[in-house]
Design a protein around this ligand. Sequence first.
Ligand code: KG4
Ligand code: ZN
Length: 369
Amino acid sequence: MGKRTLILGVESSCDETSCAVVTDGQQVLSNAVASQIDLHARFGGVVPEIASRAHIEAVNTVFAQAMDQAGATPADIAAVAVTCEPGLIGSLLVGLMAAKTVAWVYDVPLIGVNHVYAHAYAAALNAEPIEYPAAALICSGGHTALYRCVSPLEMELLGSTIDDAAGEAFDKVANILGLGYPGGPAIDRMGQRGDPNTVRFPRSLLSGQSLDFSFSGIKTAVLYHINGVPGGRKPHPEGKGRRRRGPTAQRMESQPNAGRGIEHFTPGEVADVAASFQAAVVDVLRIKLRRAARAIGARTLVLGGGVAANSALREALSHLADQLGATLRMPEMRFCMDNAAMIAGLGYHYLQAGKLDDLSLTAHATVRR
Ligand code: KG4
Ligand code: ZN
C-alpha cells in the first residue's frame, strides 16, 4: 500500500470554526468543530462581527484538537486546504490566515476550496467515491443550488435561489413560529409531531423547466397564516388559477385560530404548521432535483449542506432515487453542517490535480465567475 496523504482542512466561512485531518480524500481522522450557535441565538441569526471575533478566539484550540485527535504532527500533513469562498468575509479571513500560517511555517502547499463544492463532496467522506455524472442539491443557510458534477472538481451550476436559501426559510419560519434559532433542526423535530397535510402552503416552481428556486413566498405565506393577511383580505387558496395572486395558503379552516397571531396557536397546531411548511419546501427541492437529474442523465443524486440533515428531505429523496433508478448519496449528519473534513476531502483532489495556491490567496464573500 502506498503512503497515505493527509490533508489538513480549515473552515470558518460562517459560524463554525472547524479543522480536520482527512486521509486520501476519504477517511476522516479528525473533525473538530467549535460552534458559535449560543453566541448568535439571542440575535436570531449570525452577527458577522461577533462571528469573526469568535473564530479568532477558537481557531488555535480547534487546530490543536484536530491534530491531536488525528494523532498527527504538522510533519505528517501534505497540504492545507481552506475555505476561501463564499462566506462572511471577516470570518473567511480568519481561517485563511490560520491556514496560510500553517502552510508557511511547515512549508506545505496551500489549497483554496469553494465551500459549496465541498458540501457536494461531503457524501464521499468515510464512504465510497461518488459515481458521476451526479446531480447535486446543496441547500444550507446561505445557499440553495443545483449542480451537474462530472468529478469532485468539475461542477456546473444549473440553478440557484433567486431570493432566500432553503435553510434561511427554515430559520425565518422557525422565528415566526417562536421555535428559536437555528430553525432547521427545531422545525424538523416539531414537524415530526405534526400533520403535513394541515395547511397547503404554496410550492414555488417558477416557470417551465426552471432549475432556480424561490423561498421568500412560502415564508410570507406562513407569516400570513399566523398573523393574517395585511388589510384583512380573505386568504385565498393556492389551487389552479390562483397561483399568481400571491403567497397564500389553503385549508385555513382546519386551523380555526389562523391569522390571529402565534399566541393563539396550540403546540399541536404549531407542529402542524411546521410539518406543512416543511412538506412544501421538501416538495420543491425534490421536484427540482428530479428535473435536474433527468436533464443531465444523472446516475447519482448528491445531497449536501445543513438542510441535508432534514429527516423529511432525506426520506423524500430516497424515494426519488428509487423512482429514478439512481443512487442517493447523503453525508453523515455531522458532515451536513459546516465542517472542515469536507474541505480537506475536496482539497485532496486539488492536490492530486496539481491545483495549488500560494500565500497570495484571497477570500471572496461571493463566488468568482
Ligand atoms: O451548511 P450549514 O451548516 O451552513 C451554511 O453554509 O449556511 O447550514 C445551516 C443551515 C441553517 O439554516 C439550519 O437551519 C439548516 O441548515 N438546518 C436544517 C436542519 N439542520 C440544519 N434545516 C432543516 N432541517 C434540519 N434538520
Ligand atoms: Zn455550509
